[in-house]
Structures are given as C-alpha cells and as structure tokens.
Design a protein. Sequence first.
Length: 160
Amino acid sequence: MAVTAPDPDELLDRAGFDAESSVLTRRQAEVLALRERGVAQAAIADHLGTSRANVSSIEASARDNVRKARETVAFAEALRAPVRIVVEAGTDLYDVPSRVYDACDEAGVKVNHAAPELMKRVSDEAGDAVSGREVQDDLLLGVTTDGAVTVRHSHDSGRE
C-alpha cells in the first residue's frame, strides 16, 4: 500500500504561509513542509513533477534562506540589546557568566539565566565556535532590556 504525501497547499495554509512576507518561495515552502513531515525527496519529486536533484537543490536553498533569516533576526536583536559583550577566542566558557552579569549590572539589566543555563545557551547557540570549555571563535553576546540573551559569531569584532 503506497503512502500518499500530505497536501502541501493544506500544510502551508495551516502553517500560515504568506509568500508576500516570506523569505521562501512557495516551492521552497512546499518542499520544506513535506520534508519536515518525513516525505522522501523522491516522493516529493514525483508529487511536484520534477527531479529528486531539483528537490534537493530547492531544499538546500530553502534551508539556507531560513538560516539567513534567523541570522538577520539575531543581528536585529543584537542591535537593540543595551548590553553587548565580545567573548574572544580562547576564553574559558566558565568565565562567560561573570562577564555577562558584570556588564548587565552596569547597564541595570537582569539576565534571565543562571550561570549553568547561560553557559549551555552560549555553547548550544555558538555551535562549532565552542569546543568543550573553550571558545574557539570570537562571539558577540547581547542581552536585551527584558533579559533575553542572544549569541552571534563575531565575524570581525574589531570592525567599526
């Protein structure tokens, strides 16, 4: 018995997809919606009347667009954060919370994380930029007025 793919139009409607306000094309959104529900690329290709290679390319472009959109949001949040801390490569992850708390105390901002949570958040969001306890690449940490912490790779922290 063949399993039928979910209807991509219905999936996009339920998720509130709006092509006019999205960074994704409708086709990219369709492919992502189906892939997120476990539909194989070959089945999507059959459903959409295209090749598996084309579906793979569409999916890769869509995921890249989502990554860029997330980075843009993180950048915008970092701009509005009253507290910004550059954590240089070579810093021990265990030293990060005290640096964040000191900067937040100076700015009168309360952080929403205890030290272990803060270290985990930095490590998780930094990805490969943290290995074990060591920060491998410069990071830019921001803390918003409501205490939310953002973590970004500092592509060139010395640039003005």
